[in-house]
Design a protein. Structure first.
Length: 301
């Protein structure tokens, strides 16, 4: 076993103080028995800090100590304990007096370099503590190399503050090539863009729908988002996806289903007049046959 985890006594002194505060305000003989459920009690965290140390410095030092411990954890229990306590410390920073004056951006940039989770926790705490500074922090932090979770939160801040900038930065993100298995485009559309309202969001989703370079799942998510908001004026755009002579089968199916949802008469006309060749596109042909049967249209063999 990693000696650093023989017990939670191996944590650095500042982290031990915070752990004790979470347990009830007094130092425990066996910190490993600390209740995880208490980690969200930020007021008790602050109450248990050493009064001789500025509270922001104490919480940040504790979080950094716990981060180092977490990165070398040798069991799931140790990882869980250190992670809970670290994020409780970072979250508690946002409750301090004069919290908007803290050097959030510098802390955030340093935290990102150490660990993606720490960077995300700092960004969220900073947004809660100083919402007026969130836009500038997001503009600075949001880059191609930024961890995915943090990057998505930056885009949420863009939409909250300036939809025009959100449209611009979102379009830039969608033009990037995917990296590995991050599914950035799909997650951005599903978790951020689809939740927005207004013409900028609609424009971004439509651009995603028609961007052939995007993964089919991401484009389908954009189609679904437009259908969800009842964009009947875009029925012809949806039909064009189905009518494409080539392209992602997922997207073509999504286009047909979207057309039927947004403009049923237009969709049924597609089912009657634009049947794909059975021998060339058997999957699409089968869908058309099934939909014609469901709607009482003349059946296909």
């Amino acid at each position: 076993m990693n000696p650093a985890f023989a017990s939670l006594r191996a944590l650095f002194p500042a982290a031990i103080a915070v752990a004790a505060a979470v347990a009830g305000g007094t130092v425990q003989s066996n910190p490993a028995s600390l209740p995880f459920s208490a980690c969200g009690e930020r007021a008790r965290l602050r109450a248990g800090l050493d009064p001789a140390i500025p509270p922001a410095a104490a919480l940040l030092a504790a979080a950094q100590s716990l981060g180092r411990v977490r990165m070398s954890a040798d069991t799931a229990e140790h990882l869980h304990t250190a992670r809970k306590l670290q994020f409780a410390c970072l979250d508690a920073l946002a409750d301090l007096p004069g919290t908007a004056e803290l050097p959030w951006l510098a802390w955030l940039q340093q935290g990102m370099r150490r660990d993606a989770d720490e960077g995300l926790a700092l960004f969220r705490a900073a947004h809660r503590a100083d919402p007026g500074g969130s836009m500038q922090r997001a503009m600075t932090v949001e880059q191609r190399t930024t961890p995915v979770e943090l990057r998505l939160w930056c885009h949420r801040v863009f939409w909250l503050n300036d939809p025009d900038i959100a449209l611009q930065r979102g379009g830039r993100l969608l033009r990037e090539s995917e990296r590995g298995t991050e599914n950035l485009h799909l997650r951005f559309i599903r978790d951020v863009a689809a939740a927005q309202v207004g013409p900028q969001a609609k424009e971004l989703l439509l651009a995603a729908v028609h961007r052939n370079a995007l993964d089919g799942a991401a484009r389908r998510a954009a189609v679904d988002a437009l259908v969800e908001r009842g964009a009947t004026d875009l029925a012809a755009d949806m039909a064009s996806l189905f009518l494409a002579s080539t392209g992602d089968l997922i997207v073509r199916k999504a286009g047909l289903l979207a057309t039927l949802e947004l403009a049923p008469a237009m969709g049924e006309k597609l089912l009657m007049d634009s049947v794909p060749p059975r021998d060339v596109q058997p999957g699409l042909y089968a869908l058309v046959r099934e939909l014609r049967a469901e709607r009482g249209l003349p059946p296909l063999p």
